[in-house]
Design a protein around this ligand. Structure first.
Ligand SMILES: [Zn+2]
Ligand SMILES: [Zn+2]
Length: 202
């Protein structure tokens, strides 16, 4: 296997064995999720269309995170087994978990995350399907621009989850990394610098 060196890549650098390291990328905590819940419940309390809904019940709904590589799914409301098919009357007590994409919990996505959690909370309140009533309630969210962030966020996670495959141009050995090798590492076997080949996860 032959791989072209990208322009400007140096051939001779200090010798390092490839290291098994993957920087801890999880920076947000469950405090972040509960903070978000408080914010969303505070706003929901001001929405007249929700006056007859069990908003208090949402305080106890377990919150979680989706896998980081769930690039197409930004949020989900999971009901307990069998409850979803039960005839009508679903509520917060039937919810096993509401989970959001971990990257939406970063501060810069707060507005979109709030809207997303609101959307999942509407499901948790028993609006299982995206029917007209659901869409009407969804449109009562005060930040009417928030839903437009869906596409922007989708592009963002595709871009930041971009990865590099550190590849040996001699033997083809490779490993996936979020940063470039930039010529700093050599193949253990062939002793030649590893090159960066673009790779996308998910
Ligand atoms: Zn939905
Ligand atoms: Zn090699």
């Amino acid at each position: 296997m032959t791989v072209e060196l990208p322009p400007g890549q140096q051939r001779l650098q200090i010798e390092f064995a490839p290291m098994e390291m993957d920087p801890a990328e999880e920076t947000t905590t469950h405090g972040g999720l509960n903070g978000l819940r408080n914010r969303v419940l505070g706003i929901m309390a001001t929405i007249p269309e929700l006056a007859d809904h069990d908003i208090r019940g949402l305080e106890d709904v377990p919150l979680g995170r989706l896998r980081r590589d769930a690039t197409r799914l930004h949020g989900v409301c999971r009901y307990h087994k069998g409850r979803r098919t039960a005839a009508g009357g679903l509520g917060p007590g039937d919810v096993r978990e509401v989970a959001l994409h971990p990257q939406v919990l970063e501060e810069e996505w707060k507005e979109y995350a709030s809207f997303l959690l609101y959307h999942e909370f509407l499901h948790a309140l028993g609006h299982v399907h995206h029917d007209r009533n659901f869409r009407k309630l969804e449109a009562s969210w005060p930040n009417t621009e928030a839903h437009k962030l869906q596409e922007t966020f989708a592009r963002h996670i595709r871009a930041v989850n971009w990865r590099w495959s550190w590849t040996c141009p001699e033997c083809g050995w490779c490993c996936s990394r979020s940063v470039r090798a930039a010529g700093r590492y050599r193949c253990r076997t062939c002793r030649v610098p590893l090159v960066d080949v673009p790779a996308v996860t998910a």
